[in-house]
Design a protein around this ligand. Structure first.
Ligand SMILES: Cc1cc2nc3c(=O)[nH]c(=O)nc-3n(C[C@H](O)[C@H](O)[C@H](O)COP(=O)(O)OP(=O)(O)OC[C@H]3O[C@@H](n4cnc5c(N)ncnc54)[C@H](O)[C@@H]3O)c2cc1C
Length: 476
């Protein structure tokens, strides 16, 4: 029972329902390892907000491992080969990652280690259904969400039941070349990092607290409340899912157990469907690895994008003069998170009103979201831009004023992130430029000074977007 076995942790920073840890624990003394992969993740090195999250996640799981989490930095192939030499481990366990770079990296490492006589075991620790398990009757991949979920996933074998937290024997001997957590330098040298940690409690326990609270207090209102950004209407579990503090199987089964009450059927169905959108994103990434940069609808390769650096900067900073857009971008900066409805609005504003390539939005989100996930981020940006599979049609251009009035009617969300507009009456909270001078003055708002004037004309830019779209309509 003392044979050392390595568990290589990646996006699965939890002890319960962790197949790699569960099965490794049955084989020997576990060496839990995290490697800050400097071989680079394609062009998608972990973004700044995610690195903050990762730092605190590693700190938390290290406590669970009684301080025996082993940290390394470098090329995983080299680190693991050295580690096997140093410890005499004969087996390595991991849960699969699904980005194109990770698939290529892991396949190569598996092949090399196997050729050296090391056993390699890999598991599904982060999806309900493996992307290759779900296909249409003719064997091809689904392109549209509803049949993917209703026909494909729900008719496939149900997701595996979550595994319990195993009893562990930990390998406790010294290992050379280890790093301390600060040596990984995951935290940016900027006070911004504190905003993230002030806002989130980052641990496996915290993920469970959120799930319990969501299912007991918020699930019943989920269908309506999920679209209102001022409310705590959604689970906010996305960063925990991304870093694996909780697994989708745990959420899937626990929410069904808790939601199995009369009157909750529709709310539960909607919540599980959202979880399935995450699956669909991974499915799309697996079947179209180019989705991170290439338009799925190739007609968009000819789209006349513009890049206006100044306008992009105003969008990033939340200084566009459209309150719901600015509130969303400032929520992102202050918390590392943005409400889903507002993500759709700021995305539409960048891509359709500003005509900036969706790549710019995806990059900024990648760096600033704590839940930045290559699958969901890429698929969602393609959805917003209209070039993805099953995407929002290009001609559906969200109007930030009417959307604000509909989903934030009393301006609570806007006021939370734009305190400079706090005293503006509700009537003008989404259209400060329409407020009479006396109203602005009473509210202490000086347009162009305390809050920006709109940086563009919604009507004109909508027309320009529609014209740009018709220019590519017939080309392919
Ligand atoms: C432009 C844009 C970029 C996005 N980038 C990301 C991203 O990088 N990472 C990310 O996790 N989500 C992303 N999303 C999807 C969605 O906004 C978030 O998953 C959701 O806001 C997370 O909040 P929640 O956990 O409270 O969701 P809930 O409503 O509680 O939903 C539960 C879970 O379902 C999944 N989910 C919900 N909606 C979606 C969706 N539309 N697509 C995929 N999965 C979904 C998430 O894992 C979420 O945690 C993006 C959406 C847009 C429009």
């Amino acid at each position: 029972m003392t044979t050392p076995v390595i568990v290589w942790l990646r996006h699965d920073l939890r002890l319960a329902d962790n197949p790699a840890i569960f099965y490794a624990a049955q084989q020997g003394a576990v060496i839990p390892v995290f490697i800050d992969d400097t071989s680079q993740l394609g062009n998608w090195n972990t973004g700044a907000a995610s690195r903050c999250w990762l730092h605190h996640s590693l700190e938390s799981i290290n406590h669970e491992f009684e301080g025996q989490l082993r940290l390394f930095k470098g090329n995983p192939q080299d680190v693991l080969t050295q580690l096997i030499k140093d410890t005499g481990a004969q087996a390595i366990y991991w849960n699969r990652c699904y980005t194109p770079h990770a698939i290529a990296r892991d396949s190569s490492i598996k092949q090399t280690l196997k050729s050296q006589g090391v056993e390699v075991f890999s598991y599904n620790g982060s999806l309900l259904w493996e992307p290759w398990q779900v296909s249409k009757a003719d064997g091809t991949a689904y392109k549209v969400f509803t049949p993917f979920y209703r026909k494909g996933c729900l008719n496939a074998a149900p997701p595996a039941e979550p595994l319990s937290r195993p009893k562990l024997t930990l390998f406790s001997e010294q290992i050379p070349y280890q790093h301390s957590l600060p040596e990984l330098e995951l935290l940016p040298d900027h006070p911004w990092k504190n905003q993230i940690t002030d806002h989130w409690d980052i641990s496996e326990d915290a993920a469970w607290r959120l799930l319990r609270q969501f299912t007991s207090e918020r699930l019943s209102d989920y269908q309506d409340a999920r679209d209102i950004p001022s409310l705590e209407g959604t689970s906010t579990l996305s960063p925990y899912l991304q870093w694996g503090q909780i697994s989708p199987r745990q959420i899937w089964y626990y929410s069904q157990q808790q939601g199995n009450k009369p009157g909750l059927e529709d709310a539960l169905d909607t919540f599980l469907k959202e979880l399935a959108w995450r699956e669909f994103s991974y499915y799309q990434l697996y079947h179209n690895p180019g989705i991170t940069t290439e338009n799925l609808n190739q007609r968009f390769n000819r789209f006349p994008w513009k890049h206006e650096a100044e306008q992009y900067h105003q969008w990033q900073q939340g200084c566009t003069g459209f309150p719901i857009i600015d509130a969303g971008m400032r929520e992102l900066w202050q918390t590392g998170y943005m409400h889903n409805r507002v993500r759709m609005l700021v995305g539409s504003f960048l891509v359709k009103n500003q005509l900036q390539h969706w790549h710019y939005g995806a990059r900024w989100f990648w760096d600033t979201l704590v839940d930045a996930d290559l699958a969901s981020n890429s698929a969602s940006w393609q959805w917003v831009a209209g070039c993805g599979t099953d995407a929002a049609p290009y001609f559906r251009i969200f109007n930030p004023v009417t959307q604000g009035q509909k989903f934030d009617p009393d301006g609570s969300y806007v006021r939370r992130y734009l305190p400079e507009l706090t005293d503006l009456p509700n009537r003008y909270i989404h259209t400060p430029w329409e407020a009479p001078a006396a109203v602005l003055s009473k509210a202490g708002v000086v347009l162009g000074s305390t809050y920006p004037l709109p940086i563009l004309d919604l009507k004109e830019t909508r027309q320009a977007a529609l014209e740009a779209f018709s220019s590519i309509k017939e080309t392919v």
